[in-house]
Design a protein around this ligand. Structure first.
Ligand SMILES: CC(=O)SCCNC(=O)CCNC(=O)[C@H](O)C(C)(C)COP(=O)(O)OP(=O)(O)OC[C@H]1O[C@@H](n2cnc3c(N)ncnc32)[C@H](O)[C@@H]1OP(=O)(O)O
Ligand SMILES: CC(=O)C(=O)O
Length: 539
C-alpha cells in the first residue's frame, strides 16, 4: 500500500517562543534550527520578522536549509492595501520561501479584537494570501480560533478559510487557539471542512494543550484527513504549550494506524536522535528534562516495581510499548523499596557489576536499601547513590579521599552602598594521596551575587582533589532539590542533587540529615565519587 505523506511543521521558534519565560537568542534559534533539520521536519517557522530584533536577525543569518523556512505574520490590517501594510511588508522582506499568516476565523474575534466587519476580515485574508502568492511564495493561513469559531458561527468560519483557499493558499491550518477542544469534535469538524470543499491535503492542524489533548486532537485531525501537523519540540508554546512533536513524531512513525498509512520526512534512523533533540532544547532553556515525558523522559522506560523488573528481565516487551532504542532512549531498572532481586541484578549489571543469582550479598543490599529508604533516603531517582551503596556492600567502593572536616558560614552585612548582602564561605579539609589539603571557597556567581552555602561547599570540595582534580573539573551541579520528609521517628531533610559533565552524562545523588548542609554535603560527595568511579579513577 502506498503511504500518504504527512507534513511536519515546527513552530518551536515562534509559538514556542511565546512560552512564558522563554526568550531565545539568535544563536540559540540557529542551534534549534540545526536540530530540527537533522530530525527531518518539513517546515520550520522561524519567527515573526519585524516583530523584534532577534527574529529579524535570525532570518538574516539562517541561510539555506532542507526544511522550508517559513516566516510568520498577520493578515493585513483593514483600511490599507496589502502593499502598504508595514507589518506584512516586514514579514515578506525576510524573503522566505513560505509565509504563514494568522487570520481571524471567529466572528466574535473579528468584531471584538479587530473591530471590523466579517466582510472586511474576509477581504483582508483574501488580499493578504493573494499578495503572498503573487510574490511566488508558498502561502499559509493559520485560521485562529477556528474550532471555537466553527462552534459558534460555522458559516463565517468556513467563509474565512475558503477565502484563503480560493486565493491560492497551499495550506489552511485549523487552529485550536485556546486549546479547549476535544478529539471527537476536532475530528468531526475537520471532516466537515473537507466536505465543504477544501481537500485534506491542503489542511493543517495547530493545537494547544490546555486540556492535555493537543496530541490527541492532532491525531484526530489526521485521521479525519488533515495532512499538515504543527507542533513544537517538548510541547513548548503559549500558556500550556502546543502539540508536542517529541510525542507526535514517534507516534506517527511507530503506532497504528498511522505507521502503515502515512510517511513523514523523519526516517527511523533520525528518530534515534529524538531524545537528544529534546535534551538540546532543555539545555538551551536551562530546564531540567521532564522525567515523565512520553518516549524521551528518563522515566519513560524505568521499571521500578519488582514484578515489572522480573518480567522485563525475561522479555522487555512485557512492560514496554516500544523498544526505547528506537527514540534514542534507554531502559532503566531503578532501585527502591519496591524492588526485588531482579531489579537489583539488572541495575547492577547496568553499572558493570555482575552478581550471580543467589549471591548472599543481593538480599543484604536490598535490606540496606529498604532500611535507608525508611530513614528518608530515596534511590529511585538517585541512582548514582544507589550504585555507591551497592558497591560498598559488595566491597567494591574505593576510598579516593577522606573528608576530615568542613565548615560553612553565611554572613549577612551591609555593603559600601548600604545594601544588605550575603557572603557564603566554605572550608573543606580532605586527605588525598596521603596529603592533607585545605580548600577555601566563596560562593559568588558571575553577576557578583552570593550563590549560597551549598554552592560554596561544592566549590571548596571540588577545588583541589589532588590526582583526581582533572577528572572532576567538568562536573556541574545542574539541579538541587530539598524536601522535608519523614525519617522514621522525626522529620529530616532530603537533598537530591543532579550533576552533569562534559561527556553529556547526568546523574543524581541523595543525602539525608536533620541538617540541610550535611545532607547536601553527602549528596555532593556521592556525585564526585560516582564520577571518579565511572571515569576509571584508581586509588
Ligand atoms: C494566536 C497566536 O499566537 S498569533 C501569534 C501572536 N504573536 C505575537 O503577538 C508575538 C509578536 N507580536 C508583536 O511583537 C506585536 O504584537 C506586533 C509587532 C505584531 C504588533 O504590535 P502593535 O502594533 O504594538 O500591536 P499590538 O500587539 O498592541 O496589537 C495587535 C494589533 O494587531 C491587530 N491584529 C490582531 N490579529 C490580526 C490579524 N489576524 N490581522 C490583522 N490585524 C490583527 C489587533 O487588532 C491589534 O491592532 P489594534 O492595536 O489596532 O487594535
Ligand atoms: C496561530 C496560533 O498560534 C494559534 O492560533 O494558536
Amino acid at each position: 500500500m502506498t503511504k500518504e505523506r504527512l507534513y511536519l511543521y515546527d513552530t518551536t521558534l515562534r509559538d514556542g517562543q511565546q512560552t512564558q519565560g522563554v526568550q531565545f537568542s539568535t544563536s540559540e534559534k540557529l542551534k534549534i534550527t540545526a536540530v530540527l533539520d537533522a530530525l527531518g521536519v518539513d517546515y520550520i517557522e522561524g519567527g515573526w520578522p519585524g516583530a523584534n530584533p532577534t527574529d529579524s536577525e535570525y532570518f538574516e543569518q539562517v541561510g539555506p536549509m532542507r526544511p522550508v523556512l517559513t516566516a510568520f505574520g498577520m493578515t493585513k490590517r483593514a483600511g490599507r492595501s496589502a502593499e502598504n501594510d508595514d507589518v506584512l511588508a516586514a514579514v515578506l522582506n525576510a524573503n522566505t520561501p513560505a509565509v504563514c499568516l494568522v487570520g481571524k476565523s471567529h466572528s466574535f474575534h473579528v468584531s471584538t479584537a479587530l473591530g471590523i466587519t466579517n466582510d472586511e476580515n474576509t477581504e483582508n485574508i483574501r488580499v493578504s494570501v493573494a499578495h503572498i502568492v503573487a510574490q511566488g511564495r508558498e502561502a499559509m493561513l493559520d485560521a485562529e480560533h477556528f474550532f471555537d469559531g466553527y462552534a459558534s458561527d460555522p458559516a463565517y468560519a468556513l467563509e474565512a478559510v475558503h477565502a484563503a483557499h480560493d486565493a491560492g493558499a497551499r495550506w489552511i491550518v485549523l487552529c485550536d487557539t485556546n486549546g479547549g477542544s476535544l478529539p471527537d469534535d476536532v475530528g468531526r469538524v475537520v471532516a466537515e471542512v473537507i466536505a465543504s470543499g477544501i481537500p485534506g491535503d491542503k489542511l493543517g492542524i495547530h493545537t494547544h494543550n490546555d486540556t492535555e489533548h493537543a496530541v490527541a486532537n492532532t491525531l484526530a485531525a489526521v485521521l479525519a484527513g488533515a495532512r499538515q501537523v504543527q507542533g513544537t519540540l517538548n510541547g513548548l508554546g503559549e500558556r500550556c504549550g502546543n502539540a508536542n512533536l517529541t510525542t507526535l513524531i514517534p507516534t506517527l512513525l511507530l503506532k497504528e494506524p498511522f505507521a502503515s498509512r502515512f510517511e513523514t520526512g523523519v526516517t527511523l534512523e533520525a528518530l534515534k536522535g529524538l531524545k537528544k533533540a529534546s535534551r538540546v532544547l532543555d539545555d538551551i532553556l536551562n530546564r531540567v528534562p521532564a522525567k515523565q515525558a512520553a518516549y524521551v523522559g528518563s522515566s519513560a522506560f524505568a521499571h521500578k516495581a519488582g514484578l515489572h523488573a522480573s518480567a522485563i528481565a525475561k522479555d522487555p516487551t512485557t512492560y514496554e510499548h516500544i523498544d526505547p532504542a528506537l527514540v534514542g532512549n534507554a531502559r532503566i531498572v531503578p532501585m527502591s523499596n519496591q524492588a526485588g532481586q531482579s531489579n537489583l541484578r539488572e541495575r547492577l549489571m547496568q553499572a558493570g557489576l555482575e552478581v550471580e543469582r543467589g549471591d548472599p550479598r543481593l538480599p543484604r543490599i536490598l535490606d540496606r536499601i529498604k532500611e535507608m529508604e525508611s530513614q528518608g533516603y530515596s534511590y529511585d531517582t538517585a541512582q548514582a547513590s544507589f550504585e555507591l551503596l551497592a558497591r560498598k556492600e559488595l566491597g567494591m567502593l574505593p576510598e579516593f579521599f577522606e573528608v576530615k572536616r568542613y565548615r560553612v558560614t553565611v554572613e549577612r552585612r551591609r555593603n559600601k552602598r548600604g545594601k544588605m548582602v550575603s557572603l557564603s564561605e566554605a572550608v573543606v579539609v580532605v586527605k588525598v594521596a596521603g596529603e592533607k589539603v585545605l580548600n577555601v571557597s566563596e560562593s559568588i556567581g558571575p553577576d557578583g551575587s552570593d550563590r549560597g552555602p551549598v554552592n560554596a561547599l561544592s566549590r571548596a570540595l571540588a577545588k583541589d582533589l589532588g590526582p583526581y582534580q582533572a577528572i572532576i573539573d567538568d562536573l556541574r551541579l545542574i539541579d538541587f532539590k530539598v524536601r522535608i520528609t519523614d525519617g522514621g521517628t522525626e522529620a529530616v531533610t532530603r537533598v537530591i542533587i543532579d550533576s552533569a559533565d562534559a561527556q553529556g552524562r547526568t546523574w543524581s545523588t541523595v543525602g539525608v540529615s536533620a541538617n540541610i548542609v550535611d545532607a547536601s554535603f553527602d549528596a555532593l560527595l556521592d556525585a564526585i565519587n560516582w564520577k571518579l568511579i565511572r571515569d576509571g579513577a584508581t586509588v
